[in-house]
Design a protein around this ligand. Structure first.
Ligand SMILES: Cc1cc2nc3c(=O)[nH]c(=O)nc-3n(C[C@H](O)[C@H](O)[C@H](O)COP(=O)(O)OP(=O)(O)OC[C@H]3O[C@@H](n4cnc5c(N)ncnc54)[C@H](O)[C@@H]3O)c2cc1C
Length: 406
């Protein structure tokens, strides 16, 4: 058995596991990161998050990650709400309203895969981090002195790894959460979202880098994903009864895009996929020395770009507390504060905001739609209201509120 009484074992080299590991290592805590993927398939992950909010960029900067990501991303100060029914811009929000609140008054459009690629390089180079790729976590045990993680290692052998604490950064299917018997409370939307990646520059139609498009029949999201060469992502709702294969036939994809924005020629479609959206929060974020962070603790709709961001906020909150506990400057009750703070954020901010976002985009009642659009317009036009709105959408308000929780 590999021993280390003060080490933290982090399961998952996703954005949450890696940023947590880097934050801990920076404060001299030894970390062992367990990741099932290998060097030769690590970059072949299904594309997911792409928007990094201003507060997250500040956290990236603390661990030396921001400077690696900025050149690989797109700086996007603006986002739009559109009314697809009338093909009209409803409101434009400018993160410049946050210039006195944050160092980076913009979001960085930079894919999750680039975040983990760069973070993994930093982790591999860090003397306090042992990265174990091709290693699958299977179960764990704990006692008063520490935890033992059971893994299947790169050689296919069963191995036990001992540490002081175990953090699940495994994502939504967390084995740790299941072993702790913690309920994942919430619901799953019956409809799936269709994501189409297309090589096209939608700015020529007046769109900006991030666009939320309301429509009673077919809401949509449109994001500048990467470039040059330009790659955009377009999200559409689907009916639960629709056949996944038929939905993704080239003609069907072209028809959806053309209905959104008529184009004489075929769109250059790069790829497409369907995903299911869950709104769930774990009933508890810890069981003894085993702690949940990121998607293992909460999952939400991507409308608003809050899943990865709030998970990374969990990681830094937790890192600060584990450092104090391991230095014996605080007791384990500090981990209960982590749960109180971050569960509050998951329920009252990420869940509430993303549910509201989807409802607003899909609203069918013409009177409610008009009221929603008027409110967005008024908010965007008033600098004070716009700042308050952006503090909420960029999760800064959630961080400030969490700080007030004892
Ligand atoms: C289409 C889409 C778009 C999105 N867009 C955004 C966005 O713009 N902004 C945003 O903030 N969020 C967004 N999200 C959500 C975001 O992708 C997730 O919240 C985020 O990836 C969660 O990070 P994580 O590190 O907790 O887990 P994951 O990213 O799921 O990483 C988990 C890691 O653990 C590893 N692992 C799992 N089980 C084991 C095991 N047993 N042993 C060893 N390793 C294991 C996995 O291989 C993986 O590397 C989006 C999601 C989707 C589906």
């Amino acid at each position: 058995m590999s021993e280390a009484s003060d080490r933290v074992i982090v399961i998952g080299a996703g954005p949450v596991g890696l940023t947590l590991s880097l934050a801990l290592a920076q404060d001299s805590v030894p970390v062992c990161v367990i990741e099932a993927l290998a060097d030769d398939n690590f970059l072949e992950q299904v594309p997911r998050a792409g928007t990094n909010h201003p507060a997250t960029l500040e956290l990236f900067e603390r661990i030396g990650l921001y400077e690696k990501l900025e050149p690989r991303g797109i700086i996007a100060p603006l986002f739009h709400y559109w009314d697809r029914h009338q093909n009209k811009l409803i409101a434009e929000f400018d993160h410049a309203h946050l210039k006195d609140d944050v160092r980076f008054p913009y979001v960085l459009q930079c894919e999750r895969i680039k975040v983990v690629e760069e973070a993994l390089k930093l982790a591999k180079a860090h003397p306090n981090i042992e990265v174990r790729l091709s290693t699958t976590f299977t179960s764990f045990e704990q006692n008063a002195d520490g935890v033992t993680a059971r893994v299947t290692n790169a050689a296919g052998e069963q191995e036990s790894i001992r540490g002081a604490y175990l953090v699940s950064g495994e994502g939504a299917r967390s084995v740790v959460r299941k072993e702790l018997g913690i309920e994942f409370e919430g619901f799953t939307y019956p409809d799936r979202t269709l994501n189409i990646e297309v090589a096209y520059d939608f700015r020529k139609h007046g769109y900006t880098e991030r666009n939320y498009i309301s429509d009673p029949d077919e809401w949509s999201n449109l994001f500048h994903w990467k470039g040059p060469p330009d790659r955009w992502r377009v999200h559409f709702p689907t009916e639960p009864s629709e056949d996944p294969e038929a939905l993704q036939q080239p003609n069907a994809l072209q028809a959806r895009l053309r209905k959104l924005i008529p184009n004489k020629r075929d769109y250059d479609i790069v790829t497409s996929n369907l995903y299911t959206v869950h709104q769930r929060v774990a009933k508890k974020f810890r069981g003894g020395r085993a702690i949940l962070a990121g998607d293992s603790a909460h999952v939400n709709s991507p409308i608003g770009a809050m899943g990865m961001n709030s998970g990374i906020h969990d990681a830094f909150n937790l890192a600060g507390k584990l450092v104090k506990i391991l230095r014996k400057e605080a007791g384990e009750e500090l981990l209960d504060r982590y749960e109180r703070q971050r569960r509050h954020v998951a329920l009252e901010h990420t869940q509430a905001e993303t549910i509201r976002n989807k409802r607003r985009l899909a609203e069918k009642d013409p009177a409610v739609r008009r009221r929603n659009h008027d409110e967005l317009r008024r908010t965007a036009e008033d600098p004070k209201l716009a700042r308050a709105f952006l503090l909420r959408t960029s999760l800064i308000e959630s961080l400030r509120e969490a700080e007030q929780i004892a």
